[in-house]
Design a protein around this ligand. Sequence first.
Ligand SMILES: O=C(CO)[C@H](O)[C@H](O)COP(=O)(O)O
Length: 213
Amino acid sequence: MKLQLALDLVNIPQAIELIKEVEEHIDIVELGTPVINKEGLKAVEEIKTTFPNLEVLADVKIMDAAGHEVTQASTAGADIVTILGQAEDASIKGAVEAAKQQGKQLLVDMIAVKDVKTRAAELDKLGADYICVHTGYDLQAEGKDSFEDLRAIKDIVKNAKTAIAGGIKLETLPEVIQAQPDLIIVGGGITSKDDKKSEAAQIQKLIKEGVTA
Ligand SMILES: O=C(CO)[C@H](O)[C@H](O)COP(=O)(O)O
């Protein structure tokens, strides 16, 4: 089970400072959609150059021109690239093929997918590397989470790894660990804390020890 730090509300120098603080406690660093929208793929390039030993995920949330977009993000240094589960199957296929050609991985984000079970089964067959249930900020504000969706896709997905994102924090981590995703994505649960290093260390410890609810 890996830990991914999501960075959404920072610029490149702030991202570098933040990663330095928590580097030893995370496996993957995500350049979030707001960062890439603001800074472009040079954010991915600079972070990969500065932290060559960390896996870097570019949260580009692709919807179309998927092969091209995956290639662009991969060329910038991304190890994992995201596409939306709502994209056309043709786009998913194009993204899977491009990721394979580049030797990179594709994470499919299930944000806003209504029938999570059916789509997860399809995406699994289409060759996604990760299928990620995700409650975005706008639904987090309504008190929603993706814990039920994670349990649902765990029964269905046979080939892909499973991931979960959206409002996860130290207090809710045991329930997440209990469902055994391959990847846990935490943004604000670390970045909003005064002592980010200590929070990341505690989260990493619970994951390593497999502490469940
Ligand atoms: O992709 C995202 C928003 O669309 C975030 O990166 C993801 O939700 C993780 O951040 P947080 O833990 O703060 O919710």
